[in-house]
Design a protein around this ligand. Sequence first.
Ligand SMILES: Nc1nc2c(c(=O)[nH]1)N[C@@H](CN(C=O)c1ccc(C(=O)N[C@@H](CCC(=O)O)C(=O)O)cc1)CN2
Length: 304
Amino acid sequence: MSGSQSSLGGGAPASGVTPPNSLLDGKALAQKVRDEVREDVARFVAKHGRPPGLDVILVGEDAASVVYTRNKEKASNEVGMRGRLHRLPAETSEAELLDRIAALNADETVDGILVQLPLPKHIREDLVIEAVSPAKDVDGFHPINAGRLATGKASLVPCTPTGCMRLIAETGRSLEGARAVVVGRSNIVGKPMAMLLLGANATVTMAHSRTKDLPAVCREADVLVVAVGRARMVKGDWIKEGAVVIDVGMNRDESGKLCGDVDTESARTRASFITPVPGGVGPMTIACLLQNTARAAWARVAGG
Ligand SMILES: Nc1nc2c(c(=O)[nH]1)N[C@@H](CN(C=O)c1ccc(C(=O)N[C@@H](CCC(=O)O)C(=O)O)cc1)CN2
């Protein structure tokens, strides 16, 4: 994509280390974010005499969720936070889970609370999300935080979209007036992603399962964000030459190999930048969770 084709003008990437037509290194960028958070946490501890507290709740034994929540607990402690993982059995009742959340809401040493999704079918996810205090909602899923984002008063923003924006910034390309297409309209990725892109003055199209001629819509995108949960659905010929492609997918293909929603090998011949799976958006999700927790901790002590 040349500067003349779109407002996503040419130019060196922000940090100058990611040449065009390349894989965006989410692991390296996530490490940079974690280092920033570690310094911020040290300042918090020096000023307040305690570390920010992050409490992660896992209900059941979903294999991927076990990995992600362990990584969240480990990552939070590695940057100096007090990270705690609550492992509850799959039979935990909705009332028991709500009681646990209420106790953490009331605990002054807890700054961030997250309940790992998906939950077992007998538990209503919307009820659980709304039970977390908005000030401690480091996932940014609570309707109050979603509303603040939608009305330009963002407070705590979902981790994956935040990480995607940081990855896009790493390309050095401006979003001002750029055509952005978000494929997928979930509350935890698609919708907040569209809000963040809109806030950056992109012209945003939200595509989904009912969109007609999806490949044609994707080809309009200077920035394409795909978050649908379908292995390698987006092919190389759906990509506009020079587009920035952000693959949020986390799938297993027929041979059990981790892969994204985009067919990376064919897409990267056309994309100027593309995120790999694994090693792209995933690590940024965890890093931005840490950033949200530090932000929530500072906001809570400022609020008294
Ligand atoms: N309460 C929440 N639940 C879920 C969220 C969330 O943000 N909050 N997001 C996803 C899962 N997710 C975080 O929980 C997540 C997914 C993937 C990764 C990651 O680092 N992936 C690695 C590969 C890991 C592997 O080998 O399996 C990568 O992409 O490199 C981190 C977090 C749904 N639930």
